[in-house]
Design a protein. Structure first.
Length: 118
């Protein structure tokens, strides 16, 4: 089992920045990939960005490419999402997730709210 705890959400003005953190604990050595997902009000949850634990290969959704940066600190079992130039459409609950292989994400955090005012 892996436990995930997000932090760093908040309210920011359009154009502002936030950094989300995700602390992993438990069987972290079993993790293949971690990711950030978000659920905007009234919408489905979508992937924002992912990073593989060992190689650090990254993926970004088109809507955040160039504005968000995902990174990891293996020694600390942490994953970060640096967000700049935030837009009102980035408003959502952001979830950290992890999976042990290329199948579905099995482990989820409780989420952290990001609100961007115009």
């Amino acid at each position: 089992q892996v436990q995930l705890v997000e932090s760093g959400g908040g309210l920011v003005q359009s154009g502002g920045s936030l950094r989300l953190s995700c602390a992993a604990s438990g069987r972290t050595s079993s993790i293949y990939e971690m990711g950030w997902f978000r659920r905007a009000p009234g919408k489905e949850r979508t992937v924002v960005s992912t990073i593989t634990r060992n190689s650090g290969a990254t993926y970004y959704a088109a809507s955040v490419k160039g504005r968000f940066t995902i990174s990891r600190d293996i020694a600390k079992d942490m994953v970060y999402l640096q967000m700049i130039n935030l837009k009102p459409e980035d408003t959502a609950i952001y979830y950290c997730a992890a999976r042990p292989d290329r199948s579905q994400y099995l482990y989820w955090g409780q989420g952290t709210q990001v609100a961007v005012s115009s």
